[in-house]
Ligand binder design. Structure first.
Ligand code: ADP
Length: 341
């Protein structure tokens, strides 16, 4: 999965490069900077001394020394004032410059902390949004596995409005799998009786209308519909990509799926993806809820109201929000597995 949010200590990440939220001196500091220097050992500080500092919004690279990572990319985030002093542009630049350096050094895997969101005071939800926006833009053009590393759960926040909207949606829709049926029955009995349905006699007009409809469903159309019933997941995916006028790469990138997995699905007509992978494609293709259910069925799954993960996905589809990275932010906030490979 090209962008993943993980909870970890960044100094433990086994990646090609970790990014350090440094200060302009590059001579170490508190927070994540201190942790990286402690774990890397004195060789890192010695190399940093040769770099002559770094401007806010820029990035410089060193070796990883005793860290599991081969490189450390040091970037200097802005100190947050009130959001009106160019903080966002500078923070975006930190991510862009760090990714450019990672690319130049042929890194395939990179891990970022939430830059500026600690001592520098950038509101965490906004800092996370900047990170996700810049990284996902970069991944549209580049092949890389990027991690956003969240140190502690408290450090992680999506916008409160989104969080409470989703929580409310879960509350309204969640059905406990172990429904107490006798209680359910009592509740049903307490409901007012339903009004009897009035039945209208069919008129000639109704009949003509029905015939028209049938005629419209041309034979070809019927053939195509019958073929779709037997279609596998892989076939449906490729058909939908064509119908939406997307390229394969557009689709798997938007789905946060890596190229290798996509090729596997493409070449194996009977490939059975995991549920998060199937859903990632449904989101990428911007399928309606009914189409999403259809696609899931091909992979042997269904959406259920006894599952928070499913309800959150349903929430986003019902809102017409198909941004997989925002969906993953929300899934992460609710401790659910993420979409993608
Ligand atoms: P800044 O000065 O840029 O705000 P900080 O180091 O104070 O940098 O904080 C940046 C982010 O890094 C914060 O969200 C903090 O929780 C997180 N952080 C601190 N230590 C670690 C660590 N070992 N691994 C990953 N993230 C960390």
């Amino acid at each position: 999965m090209p962008l993943e949010i993980v909870r970890n200590d960044i100094t433990k990440m086994k990646v090609d490069a970790i990014v350090n939220a440094a200060n302009e001196s590059l001579l170490g500091g508190g927070g994540v900077d201190g942790a990286i220097h402690r774990a890397a050992g004195s060789g890192l500080l010695a190399e940093c001394r040769t770099l002559g500092g770094c401007k806010t919004g820029k990035a410089k690279i060193t070796g990883g020394y005793n860290l599991p990572a081969k490189y450390v990319i040091h970037t200097v985030g802005p100190i947050y004032n009130d959001g009106k002093h160019g903080e966002k542009v500078l923070l975006e630049s930190c991510y862009r410059e760090s990714l450019a350096l990672a690319k130049e050094y042929q890194c395939e895997t990179v891990a970022f902390p939430l830059i500026s969101s600690g001592v520098y005071g950038y509101p965490k939800d906004q800092a996370l949004k900047v990170a996700i926006d810049v990284i996902s833009d970069f991944l549209l053009e580049n092949e890389m596995m990027v991690y956003i590393v969240i140190f502690d759960k408290a450090a992680y926040k999506i916008s409160e409005k989104l969080f409470s909207d989703i929580a409310e949606y879960i509350d309204d829709n969640y059905v406990d799998e172990h429904t107490n049926y006798s209680r359910e029955r009592i509740r049903m009995n307490a409901l007012p009786p339903m009004a009897p349905r009035t039945r209208r006699k069919k008129t000639d007009d109704d009949f003509l209308e029905m015939c028209d409809c049938r005629a419209m469903l041309a034979e070809d159309d019927l053939d195509a519909k019958l073929k779709q019933i037997d279609e596998s997941f892989s076939q449906m995916l490729l058909r939908k990509i064509d119908e939406k006028g997307m390229t394969d790469a557009e689709c798997y990138k938007k789905a946060n799926i890596d190229r290798k997995l996509f090729s596997k699905i493409r070449s194996d007509v009977h490939y059975k993806p995991s549920k998060p992978t199937a859903l990632a494609f449904a989101i990428s293709l911007e399928l309606s809820l009914a189409e999403t259910e259809d696609m899931l069925r091909k992979a042997g799954f269904a959406l259920s109201h006894s599952n928070k993960f499913d309800i959150i996905i349903e929430y986003f589809i019902s809102k017409g929000n198909y941004n997989i990275f925002e969906i993953n932010e929300a899934l992460f906030a609710f401790d659910q597995s993420l979409l993608g490979a």
